[in-house]
Design a protein around this ligand. Sequence first.
Ligand SMILES: *Cc1c(COP(=O)(O)O)cnc(C)c1O
Length: 416
Amino acid sequence: MVEALNKELFRQAKRYIAGGVNSPIRALRAVNVEPIFIKSALGTKIYSEDGLGFIDYCQSFGALILGHAHPKVIKELNRVSVGGTSFSLPTKLETKLAQFISKAIPSIERIRLTNSGTEAVMSAIRLARAFTKKDKIIKFAGSYHGHADYLLDCPGVPLAFKEQTLVAEFNDIRKVKELIKHNKNNIAAIIVEPVAANMGVVLAQNDFLRSLEKLSKEFNIVLIFDEVITGFRLIFGGAQKLFKIKPDLTCLGKIIGGGLPVGAFGGRKEIMQLLAPEGKVYQAGTFSGNPLTVSAGLNTLKILSKNNYYNSLECLTRYLCEGIKQRSTKYGIKLKINFIGSMFSLFFAEKEVMDYNIAKTQNIGLFKSFYQGLLKQGIYFSPSPFEANFVSTAHTPRDIEKTLKAVDKTFRRMAR
Ligand SMILES: *Cc1c(COP(=O)(O)O)cnc(C)c1O
């Protein structure tokens, strides 16, 4: 009955929406289940059209660090919306949000808001090219920086674009040095997620980020930290604060919009000054810095700054990850868990996952069984073995206990 409703809603959607979804991962193909149509959400829970509730560990891919529909954020959204939703003229709250971000992330001397992380990354790279007067960029395999042409490799991307993007494995500093050497004087930017979160969670090893910082300085390369996920996720500020690295430019998104569409890029003043209207590098947006996004973002950051949530988030996440690990051992299931702060990923793999190559060795079949087992028991994890999961401030020890119980039951079945 229940599955029938989702199936029917998906059938109707597919008649009008390309593929039935407005972003491909929502089709849930990676885990072989029917897409779930959501009616509403509150705190840790999402509720489907067919009346089921799920404890949500995706939280809009990490955007909702305070959980769904945080009462204070929603109350202010309601208040602000009555006064108009878009002016295409500046408001003073935009300056306030910019100030908040800049104080928390001092490398961001000037910032600009966009409507998505994709836009932020596109513009940061354009700026890096204008600033260095060079063309090529280095990125890391398995990273995701949005869907701009030169950061994707799929049909429709011109070869000429692909040639501008050089790829190294995450954590492989030797390869980066080699790429710099062979493309002397033509690398404009290195773009990196300080904690990789789109090949599953993968931590930077040893001095990897520091070496990137050093190389960037040495060869006049703009170092771009893509902190769309890590910004305000691990600490009040960027991962750069935790790792004590100062990138030239930083991209933000997700959390800073408090659940509304957002992106931002910012950094060194002399680079940001190249942007129009001061400079000649063009970038714009009808809805950029709109009052609703700014309100939700500002209130989210205010709440985060006033409460010391980050320690308890990490404790809860550690408790969950260790609980899952213990149960996998109990049932003889080979599992690696990567986690930092309140983000984590499970890999049904034999080796420690340090890059995309190793991430790809995980057993996808096992992941699907695990995923479907949890879903049946009302637990919603991010729907791919290459995505991160997130604990929000709304999650309680009871949610975690419930999740661990479901994990136990699922592993028991898988081990049979
Ligand atoms: C989500 C994400 C993006 C893209 O942001 P959108 O708002 O989806 O365009 C870019 N970089 C990283 C690291 C992301 O996780």
